[in-house]
Unconditional design. Sequence first.
Length: 747
Amino acid sequence: MKVIVSRDRGFCAGVKAAVERAFSLDPVNTYVLGELIHNDVVLEQIAARGIVTVDEPEEIPAGATVLIRAHGVGEEIYARCHARGLNIVDCTCPFVRRTQEIVRREGREKLVVIAGTRAHPEVKGLVGCCPGEVRVVSDPDEDCAFVRDKDVVLVAQTTVSEQYFYKIAENLQKDAPKTLVIFPTICYTTVKRQQEAARIAALCDAVIVIGGTDSGNSKRLRQIAEAAGKPVFGITRAETLEYEKLKNFGRVGVIAGASTPEWLTQEVLFKMAENNAEVQETTPETAQAVEPAEAVIAPETEAPVEEVKTEEVAPATEQAEPEAPKSAMEKIMDDIDKEERYKKGQIIKVRIVSATDEGIFVSGSGKLENRIPKAELDCEEYSREEYEEKAKNGEEIEVMVVAVKPTQLSQKLVKKIKEDEAMLADIEAGKEFSVVCTGTNKGGLTAELGTYPVFVPRREIRIGYVSDLEKYKGKTLRLRLIEIRKERRKEIIASQRVVLEEEKAAREAAKAAKEESFFSSIQVGDVVEGKVERVTSFGAFVSVNGFDCLAHISDLSWTGVKEVTDVLEIGKRYQFQILKIDRDNKKVSIGYKQLQPQPWDLAAEKYAEGDIVHGRVVRIVPFGAFVEIERGIDGLVHVSQITHEWLENPTSVLTIGEEVDAKIIAFNPAEKKITLSIKALQPRPEYEPRPEHEEGQQPAGGRRERGGKKSRRTAQSYAEEDEYREWTEGGDFGASISELLKNDENK
């Protein structure tokens, strides 16, 4: 999804001035007459300060301070406030005040017609300012016969659309007033935002309008978007955004009413960005990419007819845009400057006037005389005499205004600020710094660095998305500067993710260099020392010069093992031989058994012909049985050496796993052969003399005559049999296939 965001957003000049005034006043015994602006979120913040909202002046205690809302009030309300002795702080929008002045002046002799909503607070205030006859027209098609033959003045509620306004003007002209003077008192901000809303609605598949439910200008923006035939979603805050309803739209526009703070719009955009929406501001190119939709509430008409006289007031046109808000804000700021000589956070130079035991008195520009407590002076130990001397010399010092009404000053904070500025210079140069997370908001983490607030956006906390911000409270963050915002108080925007990515890149580079060095220093066959780090079912991972190599379980022992830990112990160091190097995949195979003697290498020291050994039958083959006398060393008991009796099959007298004693009758360590005899340990049976050959009996040699009976075998016949049942088994793995086949042929 692509999100198109209007450039014209945030408070308009009048709303901004009213909100700033509400936040700058001491909330004690301060009240607002009606809603200051039409935005629930801001009103909640004002109420949280302790400022109470009331509906009537009589609800306010006598002598208290009352804020007049940005929409303005009528003359009667001012009179009732004065009657109670209230201190009035007038937050009426400059554009509304201009309309009020027109109504007061023209209403003495003419009929005043107000184009707007009857129930809107601004319209009620305008009606209350008119000294004569006044009518409110809310419907462009309303019957306006009441203007016939009268001198008429037409003004507008500041938040109505131009098309709506001029449609009413045309309708009035049809009813034949004597004269009709038009004052286009629509706020320039309203016009710009309505034009922008029409452009964005034409560009997008759906539109989000952020604004209060009672806000007139926000309602107009919604109506303009709806007139373009696009789905419109009105929300008051980020929490009410239902992203599921938007995710199937290709392009979504976001516009905000004049009473919507910029930070609230940013929260909405951030929530959409969390769902992978692409956010971009409108530009002249994107705004003019298509023709704007018909941005009308009532049918658009031509300009008023020539007979209609239009008063020379600043029309709501593009040419009036730069000048109108500038002059309005300058006037507001001039008023504030008259009331407050100094601003909180301002650094000023003051002259030392006198000193007491509690602190010093200073004067600024000859108009300000204030006491600075010694705890707020930049000195290790306070000396009254020293500061009296400074006063005589007219010495000046720099101090910071830490509060107004009454004014409070601090010299110590100036030193702190300068130290922080020096620290900030290092941070701007790229130096890493640390802070402790003190809180969270929907966008990320907050902290303090000296006198500066620090903000870490959610996406800058670590590599990857952070779902739970609360777990970072109280934890130290290692940060790198992204930017410094200076709109109000310097705010540091920083990233921990950048630091972590730098460290990760450094680790990976170091690892790559280490691996390159390692692989360039080893060859197959090299003997290396390594530490067993961990074991698995298939082998052990061994650290060799910091690189993990695998010793497979089959390469741990010549005799084979079931568990790695039967041979190797975790944490111990051993000698290994490099068996295989895979540089492309960064793998090295090593062996432990290759450096250990094989069982047959020691066999000559343990065994000799004539020795009697004990073993276990491990394999039985047609020509005999293999007996394991130790792990890795098997001896063959030929079928002729199992018993003195003739055997057709060794299994008739032996079983796998059976333990037997045998005598070594032949031993060849070079060929890894041991020949054993079980029968050598058994008494030799006595045989009867072989009888004379008779017809039908088996002839000598054990052969049977056709039709005769088998004769008893003799020792000689066993000897003859042995000649062609010779053992051809080699090594410790049993006879080969070829040997077995050869043996079968010999039989």
